[in-house]
Write a protein that binds this ligand. Structure first.
Ligand SMILES: Cc1ncc(COP(=O)(O)O)c(C=O)c1O
Length: 389
């Protein structure tokens, strides 16, 4: 009766089952996985709500690519970072997830493949399968330096391309490794001639400066490229449901992609009028939220670095930006076992590396968004547990 795309096991995993049991028993869990900024103790100004109370929202004037005023506000966001983006290259979506769905519809037929990084964002598998596509992963290699922490394994990526490959996804900076795309990597990707999909939701959260790094692909001209972002991360407002795609590349391909994307968007018209009208104001107000988030993630990262003793069997992997840090723990247990033990014995919730498809063991992923008191106490317990072995 139902589509075969739902081939996933719907039962909760071991970590979720244990978490539910502990919560039922009344345990207080130190959650080091919180990635919802609206639940992380930031201060959200009242003007956000006021921005949505605009009488113009009583009129429905659907435009597939989004209202011009909202698209111009997106262009100002890029201009402030020194990137010239014109409104006719911007298409609004309800979220980055929806942007992926639109791009997969635009570029691929059922059964085609998209290349995605590994380790990376676990949602790719679902986003691609929902469009009847297959994800094929290409590895990122860890080097450990602060300037070159991770890089794309270019041989492995080239070998993963098949006649059915329709696009290459880059996450810039990547979740959870925090690694940015570098100029030479972009040249390599462009040499393959495939459309590029660049997920830039964390681009504003760099920990250091590095001129080899690319903050956005929104102004590249060589190959057809789609840069995505949205209010969810840059303004800490995931509930507003406003994201976008910036199309760049050779003009003819760009124009055709734009027409077809507008066709797709016209089929759904999913971006609400109130949020489009509020977009200029929300992007402005979002700067204050972004700076609170940026300060929090930096402070948590610095605290963790200082809390790990030189003789600890734990180390953090070098991270260039984003909201996460990866901790390498001894391989005496699989990362799932570490996560289960931390939850059961210490009431500390972390994500095991296998959620993100790390190639080896044992890695734990922590959200730097976590409220500092919880983060510090949770990390203390974690470091102690690992010390005990
Ligand atoms: C890499 C990456 N892309 C996209 C998203 C989701 O963004 P949105 O809320 O715009 O769908 C996330 C959320 O965690 C993410 O980590």
């Amino acid at each position: 009766m139902f589509s075969s795309r739902f081939h996933w096991d719907p039962s909760p995993n071991r970590l979720t089952r244990l978490l539910r049991a502990l919560r039922r028993a009344g345990a207080t869990i130190l959650d080091l996985t919180e990635s919802n900024p609206t639940r992380a103790g930031f201060s959200y100004p009242e003007e956000i709500v006021q921005a949505l109370a605009d009488p113009r929202a009583l009129r429905y004037d659907p435009q597939p690519g989004g209202s011009l005023a909202a698209r111009e506000a997106v262009c100002r966001y890029y201009a402030e970072a020194g990137h010239a983006v014109e409104p006719d290259r911007v298409l609004l979506t309800a979220s980055t997830s929806e942007a992926y769905a639109y791009l997969f519809k635009l570029l691929a037929d059922p059964g085609d493949e998209v290349l995605v990084p590994r380790p990376s964002y676990p949602l790719f598998e679902f986003l691609a399968t929902m469009e009847s596509l297959r994800v094929v992963s290409y590895p990122l290699v860890y080097h450990g330096g602060w300037s070159i922490a991770w890089s794309i394994d270019d041989h492995a990526l080239a070998a993963a391309v098949t006649p059915r490959t329709r696009a290459i996804v880059v996450v810039n900076p990547n979740n959870p490794t925090g690694s940015f795309l570098k100029r030479d990597e972009l040249l390599f990707l462009q040499s393959l001639g495939l459309p590029l999909i660049s997920d830039e939701v964390f681009a504003d959260y760099a920990f250091t400066e590095d001129t080899a790094r690319l903050r956005t692909l929104a102004t590249t001209n060589e190959t057809l490229t789609f840069s995505m972002s949205g209010l969810s991360k840059i303004a800490g407002l995931p509930q507003m449901k406003l994201g976008w795609i910036v199309i760049s590349g050779p003009p003819a391909a760009r124009a055709e992609a734009k027409d077809k994307l507008e066709w797709i968007a016209d089929t759904y018209l999913s971006v609400g009028t109130p949020v489009q009208q509020a977009a200029p104001r929300l992007l402005d107000l979002g700067k204050g939220i972004q700076s609170q988030i940026a300060a929090r993630v930096r402070a948590n990262l610095a605290w963790l670095a200082s809390a790990i003793a030189p003789d600890s069997p734990c180390r953090t992997l070098a991270v260039e930006g984003g909201w996460y840090v990866t901790l390498q723990v001894p391989r005496i247990r699989r990362d799932e076992e570490w996560a289960l033990e931390l939850l059961e014995k210490d009431n500390v919730l972390v994500q095991p590396g296998f959620f993100y498809d790390f190639e080896s063991e044992a890695f734990l992923v922590l959200s730097l968004l976590t409220e500092p008191g919880t983060f510090q106490e949770g990390c203390r317990r974690l470091l102690e547990r690992v010390d005990i072995g």
